[in-house]
Design a protein around this ligand. Structure first.
Ligand SMILES: [Zn+2]
Length: 226
C-alpha cells in the first residue's frame, strides 16, 4: 500500500494516528490513471446501466458510452445512468429543453465527482431531480480515478471506502491518503474541501464512516495554499 512505498513506519492497524503527525501535502498536480475498476451500482436487482465517460470496466448489464454519442445513449435507453457531474448536468439541461430524453431512466443517476472538480451541491441535485425525477447517488473519486466514497440508499453522506482511502480533517480541510494508487503515493493530500466525517452507524446498516456536507473550504489554511 501507499504507506509502505513511502516507507512510513506505522504500528499495525493504526496508520491513521501516525498519519496525523505528518504535514498536509499539496494535491497531486495531475490526474494519474489507475487500472480501471468495476463499477459498483448502489441498488440491488437487474438494472441496465449506461456508463457515460466513467472509465470503468463494464460488467454484465452495463454499457459504456462517450458524452458525444447521445444517439447511442437514447437508443440504449438505460434504467440507470452513471456520469461525471458536468456531463450529468448537461444531459439534464438538454432534457429540460426537450432536446434529449431517456424514457426508461427510472431507477437512478449515479453522479461521479472528484477531488479535482466541484463537489455535488444541493442545487445540482435539484436540477437533476427536476430533469429526470430519479434518485441521485454520488460517488467520489480520488485523483487517480479510484472510487473513495459512495452514497447509499439512506442519502445521508458518502460511505468511505476504507480499503481505498483514509480521510482526515486538518484545520477544517479534508486531507486524503489514497491506499490504492499506482505510482507516487498520495499521502495527506489537500483537497481544498471541508466536510464532516460521521462515525455513527448508518441506517443502511453499514458501519463505515460517512463523509457529509462536502463544500469548498475557506479557512486560513486554504487561503494560504492558494
Ligand atoms: Zn448508509
Amino acid at each position: 500500500m501507499a504507506l509502505d512505498r513511502a516507507q512510513i513506519r506505522y504500528p499495525e492497524k493504526s496508520p491513521e494516528r501516525v498519519l496525523s503527525s505528518l504535514p498536509p501535502a499539496a494535491a497531486p498536480a495531475q490526474q494519474i490513471r489507475i487500472d480501471s475498476e468495476s463499477f459498483r451500482f448502489p441498488l440491488a436487482g437487474p438494472v441496465r446501466i449506461a456508463l457515460v465517460e466513467g472509465k470503468f470496466r463494464a460488467d454484465k448489464d452495463m454499457r459504456e458510452s462517450t458524452a458525444d454519442d447521445l444517439d447511442w445513449l437514447q437508443s440504449y435507453d438505460p434504467d440507470a445512468l452513471v456520469a461525471p457531474l458536468d456531463i450529468a448536468l448537461s444531459l439534464a439541461d438538454r432534457r429540460q429543453r426537450g432536446l434529449f430524453d431517456l424514457p426508461n431512466l427510472k431507477t437512478a443517476i449515479v453522479v461521479l465527482t472528484s477531488f479535482a472538480t466541484t463537489p455535488l451541491a444541493d442545487h445540482h441535485r435539484d436540477l437533476l431531480w427536476k430533469a429526470f425525477g430519479v434518485p441521485i447517488f454520488e460517488q467520489l473519486r480520488g485523483w487517480g480515478g479510484t472510487i473513495l466514497a459512495r452514497e447509499c440508499e439512506v442519502h445521508d453522506g458518502l460511505h468511505i471506502e476504507e480499503t481505498a482511502a483514509i480521510l482526515q480533517l486538518h484545520e477544517e480541510e479534508l486531507l486524503v491518503t489514497e491506499l490504492a494508487t499506482v505510482g507516487e503515493p498520495i499521502i495527506r493530500a489537500r483537497t481544498g474541501l471541508t466536510g464532516e466525517i460521521a462515525a455513527r452507524l448508518c441506517e443502511c446498516g453499514a458501519t463505515t464512516p460517512r463523509l457529509r456536507n462536502i463544500s469548498k473550504v475557506h479557512s486560513k489554511a486554504a487561503r494560504a495554499a492558494a
